[in-house]
Write a protein of this length. Sequence first.
Length: 216
Amino acid sequence: MSWIATRRAAASTALVVTILLTVSAFDAQASTIVYTDRAAFNAAVGATTLLTFDPVVCAQLPDFPPIYCKADYGLMTVVYDSVFIPGELAPPYIRYGLGPYQVGTVLTKPVTAIGFDIIPLEPVIQFTLFLSPHDSGFFTFSAPSFLGFVSTDSVFSEFSIDNFHCSHPPLGSHEPCNLAIDNMALQMAEPATLSLLVPGVLILWSTAGFFTVRKQ
């Protein structure tokens, strides 16, 4: 078999594998198990990386106005808007509800499990939690609690909270709820999940070679 034929065969095989994996992913809808007890969450998940949000310097973001600063905790980055001045220490937790400003959180790696303590800073808090483009939920708490999420067949690619759900009489308007998140346990996705990238790489490699040959 010639070199060109070999590359075409590799492309065909990789394409078939990719289609099968994609169909399988769409057929098996993501399933998320919710835990409200940390002990049960730990028993189900096993080893995790714990972020206690020890105070770190809130650093200036390159190419951003000085009203933004970033607290880096390794597996998660927290961006504060107009709350802390770059160079100040970020609080020892993720703090929401400091005025009408946003708090942005970014997972630096996909995870299969995430759990954390919820600390209400007013009598009742409500928020919507987003874990990926397709996983979200609405929650209400009036006392310190725990929330944990385990994905059985996918990964969580994001973690963000919309906390603009609190009503403040007598205005009756919706304002940011005051809450904090602490002691976050994360379980990173297994390296095996990266195997989904292999067929795509083979396709790119073989296709690039095919068009290179055609141009000669």
